[in-house]
Design a protein around this ligand. Structure first.
Ligand code: 2PG
Ligand code: MG
Length: 427
């Protein structure tokens, strides 16, 4: 047995940022290297995602992960022990074959992704390298352009507004550190504006302010006001980015803005979004149409893909096949990359590679349910994704990730590049 062969795999139940149970995996290699990772969890979940195994019943609202943890400590540990932990693809294929379903529902997507990421960390530790460097090799590190949520909404804020993520992108920043400093100023300004108007009522799931507005457009206007109050030029220095999460808005083939009591056919909904893009400095739309609305996605990308980034999240579910199909049909020009949608890191990387091959922009993303785990930051740099979405500028499960990227930029000591606006599709 070599030093990198897997000596043990251990699972345990820990808690995520919503106070729900989740799976942590620890992988130890023969030479002593240890890797650890925690599975995240979504709320606005695409139907094509890997499925988390939950215990059901009454305890923890049915969100228990005892079965998934037992799978890690039982079947998975047995199958992986003795494999070479430096061979990520072999390990991941073993997980895929062992699960033997299309959606990881037998072993649990949560069990699989925690183990897969822990193996990657162990492999990096065996080489005494940070994961990002282990994945990147000798190439120049590129720090990602961040998407930072200012207001949460949709499924992350009790549908208080319809739009799910109202985010800023510091497109004019020169470095990741500067992008963070600018984001901090805008986040603070947004809070002051809300407080002054007696609208401040706490934060949503990802740390963005709770959206205390009468219309969706108010949230856009309020974000621009925050950018201005912080002293930045909207659009030029700091732009807007929206996750419409339109699958959540679709009922009976129409798109509903429930707080405004308005509903739209596909065409008028597209016109509404384009009108917002004309009146607000928006550079990126995620899931502007529902996961099954290829016609909507394709028509929107045809109309605006030359000037706007159009991201598939629920529409692509980090699936290489779907990314290739979207490239064929022209349904988007960017792909969101969430490891737990795929269930293993190798499948995640395949989706990212398919995106790059298609000329898509790639955005590594957290979930609305997160933890102190910072693996996705290492993936974003290690795979040169160009963009990173982790939520807002509050709550430590978010700040842990931004802070990790700051450390990576510092470790590179001037030998890295900031992706900046060049990372966006549609430019
Ligand atoms: C999304 C994510 C993050 P969730 O839709 O992009 O904002 O949400 O993890 O709930 O799917
Ligand atoms: Mg999304």
């Amino acid at each position: 047995m070599s030093k990198t062969s897997i000596a043990s795999v251990k699972g345990r139940q820990v808690w995520d940022s919503r106070g729900r149970p989740t799976v942590e995996a620890e992988v130890t290699l023969k030479g002593g290297a240890l890797g650890r990772a925690i599975a995240p969890a979504g709320t606005s979940i695409g139907s094509g995602e890997a499925v988390d195994l939950r215990d059901g019943g009454t305890a923890f609202g049915g969100y228990g992960v005892a079965l998934a943890v037992a799978n890690v400590n039982g079947e998975i540990a047995k199958a992986l022990t003795g494999l070479d932990g430096a061979q990520q693809e072999t390990v991941d294929q073993t997980l895929i074959d062992l699960d033997a379903t299309d959606d990881k529902s037998r072993l649990g997507g949560n069990a699989c992704i925690a183990v897969s990421m822990a193996v990657a960390h162990a492999g990096a530790a065996a080489h005494k390298l940070p994961l990002w460097r282990h994945l990147l090799g000798e190439s120049e590190p590129v720090l990602p352009l961040p998407e930072v949520q200012i207001f949460g909404g949709g499924a992350h804020a009790g549908a208080r507004i319809d739009l799910q993520d109202i985010m800023i992108m510091p497109v004019g920043a020169d470095s990741f550190a500067q992008a963070m400093a600018w984001s901090a100023e805008v986040y603070r300004a947004a809070g002051l504006n809300m407080a002054e108007r007696r609208r401040l009522t706490g934060v949503a799931d990802e740390g963005g302010y709770w959206p205390n507005f009468n219309t969706n457009e108010d949230a856009l206007a309020e974000t621009v006001r925050a950018i201005e109050r912080a002293g930045f030029r909207p659009g030029e220095q700091i732009a807007l980015s929206l996750d419409i999460a339109a699958t959540q808005l679709q009922k009976l083939g129409r798109y509903w803005l429930t707080i405004e009591d308005r509903c739209f056919e596909r065409g008028p909904f597209s016109e509404l979004l384009l009108d917002w893009a004309a009146r607000f400095p928006i550079v990126s739309f995620e899931d502007p149409f529902a996961e099954d609305d290829t016609q909507g996605m394709t028509a929107f990308t045809e109309a605006a893909g030359e000037r706007l980034q159009i991201i598939g999240d629920d529409y692509l579910v980090t699936n290489a096949e779907r990314v290739r199909a979207a490239a064929q049909s022209g349904a988007c020009n960017a792909v969101l990359i969430k490891p737990n949608q795929a269930g293993t890191l190798s499948e995640t990387k395949a989706a990212l590679d398919a995106g790059k091959e298609a000329g898509f922009a790639t955005i590594v993303s957290a979930r609305s349910g997160e933890s102190e785990d910072v693996s996705i930051v290492h993936l974003a740099v290690g795979w040169s994704a160009g963009q990173l979405k982790v939520g807002s500028f509050a709550r430590s499960e978010r700040m842990a990730k931004w802070n990790e990227a700051l450390r990576i930029e510092e470790q590179c000591a001037g030998h890295s590049r900031f992706a900046g606006a060049g990372a966006l599709a549609g430019r």
